[in-house]
Design a protein around this ligand. Structure first.
Ligand code: UDP
Length: 359
């Protein structure tokens, strides 16, 4: 029979793309979002999810709900028979997390505790969690695999992810019913190939691809590259960029694993290939036929030199492998950006580069 998936933060970038794949895989989907990091339509709905329904020709159920509001959360769990939970909702800006640690611990850790308590009260024990390769800290070897030590993390954001991973391990050890799968994402980029959904930062631009996009469209004068003296072919930092649609299928693959009562599992989701900042810029220029002016400045505090994943465990255990390459990541991002120059918002003046002080 049809299974129901409850998705937190499902209106956001990775969430909305995963919702598309869940609907395509014939799951019933219930989404919550608090609209802190996702665009809120004037009709009270999320434009990203309206379009997810348009892409798939299927319907989902949406509630505006904050995980810190346990009563609202309980009411939703009482109303539906939920089989699986995919938990995307979190604050994710590394710089901001250093300034507002209590806010980050509350929003990332307390919210997850609320979620798991409500899950348990309602007999739901299968959870997929959005983790990150930041839990590895500075790599001791590359490509990095799941056996690499974790915990030596330099940002508060990263420590909230690490903290939660530890919590899952403890809970799954103590209570046999629980199954938790942490997916450690590398650098998510790209957009749905339809050009209808994509990344639309509501608060501030910090990730490389959206910033390159702003430069290519002329809204930002140039890209500032943080560090030109790293050990790489061109001196710029190396990351494992992964197409958001590959991440989406990774979540659907993880759900199948629950049939085996896996307890606690951790998987890297990346392509296994690292590219420098300049290689990404060059691929983007080729695909968009725009020039992306850049200036090389000092290294960004806390940045690591190089990070790419060994993702063979996900292939072996989940039957999942990334299939999109760098050009496709740039092409799909660029299509999303050119078709939606102001993202999900209708007016250019709405799309201000908001600072972090407004919350
Ligand atoms: N980066 C950059 N300029 C920017 C934003 C990012 O040079 O304006 C670099 C950054 O130093 C890193 C890569 O791009 O090498 C990816 O950075 P991002 O913030 O997207 O992801 P993360 O650092 O979390 O891997």
């Amino acid at each position: 029979s049809k299974k129901t998936v409850f998705v937190t933060g499902g209106a956001g970038f990775i969430g909305s793309h995963t919702v598309v794949e869940l609907l395509n895989a014939d799951f019933d989907v219930i989404v919550i979002d608090n609209f802190v990091n996702a665009v809120h339509g004037s009709d009270g709905q999320a434009p990203s999810l309206t379009r997810a329904q348009q892409i798939t020709g299927r319907k989902l159920t949406f509630y505006q709900c904050d995980l810190l509001n346990k009563n609202d959360l309980s009411a939703i769990f009482k109303k539906h028979k939920i089989d699986f939970v995919i938990h995307f909702a979190a604050m994710k800006a590394v710089g901001e997390s250093m300034q507002k640690p209590l806010f980050y611990y509350k929003n990332n850790v307390v919210s997850t505790i609320n979620l798991m308590e409500v899950m348990r009260e309602n007999g739901v024990y299968n959870l997929v969690f959005s983790s990150s390769c930041v839990v590895y800290g500075n790599p001791q070897y590359l490509p990095i695999d799941e056996a690499h030590p974790t915990g030596n993390v330099s940002s508060v954001y990263g420590r909230t992810k690490y903290c939660l991973e530890q919590m899952f391990e403890d809970i799954c050890r103590a209570e046999k019913k629980w199954n938790v799968i942490s997916l450690r994402y590398f650098n998510p980029v790209g957009a749905h190939p339809s050009g209808l959904i994509g990344e639309d930062p509501t608060r501030a631009y910090t990730n490389l691809m959206p910033i390159i996009g702003e430069v290519a469209t002329g809204r930002l004068p140039e890209l500032v590259i943080f560090g030109g003296d790293y050990e790489s072919v061109d001196g710029t930092g190396i990351r494992d960029y992964i197409h958001v649609m590959d991440l989406a299928t990774g979540h659907v693959a993880a759900l199948k694993k629950f049939a085996e009562n896996p307890r606690y599992k951790v998987y890297n989701l990346g392509t296994g290939t690292g590219y420098t900042v300049l290689q990404l810029v060059q691929a983007f220029e080729k695909v968009s036929k725009k020039t992306v002016p850049y200036r090389i400045e000092a290294r960004r505090l806390g940045d690591i030199q190089a990070m790419w994943g060994n993702c063979s465990l996900a292939e072996k255990d989940l039957g999942w492998k990334a299939v999109y390459g760098l050009d496709q990541m740039c092409e799909d991002f660029w299509q999303w950006q050119t078709q939606n120059p102001t993202g999900y918002r209708c007016h250019v003046e709405d799309k201000q580069l908001a600072s972090f002080t407004d919350i």
